[in-house]
Design a protein around this ligand. Structure first.
Ligand code: CO8
Length: 259
């Protein structure tokens, strides 16, 4: 399957997805959303694929935001009637299997918001994050005001949204926005290696670990603890729980069945 705005490659059990509009610094338009929805849906449905990496083509940008040239002519009624960009939730966030954003440069506006939809971000030392929408007379519209605030706290999120300033990779790591920073030249290899590690885990446990952490992000403690306990109990009914624990006791590598 080929796509208009992204490149997709399966490397063993890892799907590598590359935003491929380098001439527009990988700006996100309706076609990118369509293509990402298709590829994430296919990834979720393919039992041979166990982790995905999303990155940007070129060395300058992960994505420099929603495509301003697509939005410039639209009126409020168009945004409302089309429910413009509402598809990110069902098309990308709803992905049940794990995926990593490998941020290789600018992640601004919708680009920062897309990176924050990932389960975690690995950033190159050249990465720059920001929510500069205020400079265009608008505000984040793909989750930035919510996810950035949860990730880095009110003070930094508020400052970034109100001033539009960018945050470099080191500050982003210090603030909890990214899991790790690596030198730009090693970013893709590092992200793929991390994805391979995740892909080598029992897949149901990976999906449930992801769901648990997201519940912590989205609900209160009592609800989260209950959900964690119930999801743990579901995992104890899997063949991979029996295999994982038996393999440990027998001092041998586990052979996952994926159920
Ligand atoms: N959209 C469209 N084209 C873009 C975008 C963008 N977001 N960003 C860069 N480009 C294009 C430029 O227009 C330029 O194309 P051309 O050569 O044809 O003019 C090309 O990419 C290269 O860009 P620059 O020449 O500007 O490169 P610089 O190195 O000088 O600057 C920057 C790099 C600083 C990243 C600069 O390009 C920039 O500021 N870009 C815009 C960043 C921005 O404001 N992003 C936020 C966009 S709004 C948004 O994301 C809202 C999301 C929520 C929508 C939800 C709706 C409901």
């Amino acid at each position: 399957m080929t796509y208009e705005t992204i490149l997709v490659e399966q490397r063993g059990a890892v799907t590598l997805i590359t935003l491929n509009r380098p001439q527009a610094l990988n700006a996100l338009n309706s076609q990118v959303l369509k293509d990402l929805t298709a590829v994430f849906t296919a990834y979720d449905a393919d039992p041979s694929q166990r982790c995905a990496v999303l990155t940007g083509s070129g060395d300058k940008a992960f994505a420099a935001g929603a495509d301003i040239k697509e939005m410039v002519e639209k009126e409020a009624a168009d945004f409302f009637l089309e429910d413009f960009f509402s598809g990110w939730q069902s098309g990308v966030v709803a992905t049940r299997k794990p995926w990593i954003a490998a941020v290789n440069g600018f992640a601004l506006g919708g680009g920062c918001e897309l990176a924050m939809m990932a389960d975690f971000i690995i950033a190159s030392d050249t990465a720059k994050f920001g929510q500069p929408e205020i400079k265009l007379g608008v505000a984040p519209g793909m989750g930035g005001s919510q996810r950035l605030t949860r990730a880095v706290g009110k003070a930094k999120a508020m400052e970034m949204c109100l001033t539009g300033r960018m945050m470099g990779a080191e500050e982003a790591e210090r603030s909890g926005l990214v899991a790790r920073i690596v030198p730009a030249a090693e970013l893709l290899d590092d992200a793929l290696k991390t994805a391979e590690t995740i892909a080598s885990m029992p897949p149901m446990a990976a999906m449930i670990n992801k769901e648990m952490v997201n519940v912590a992000f989205e609900t209160g403690l009592a609800q989260g603890l209950l959900t964690e306990r119930r999801l743990f109990q579901i995992l104890t009914a899997t063949q991979d729980k029996i295999e994982g624990m038996t393999a440990f006791v027998e001092k041998r590598p586990a052979q996952w069945k994926g159920r």
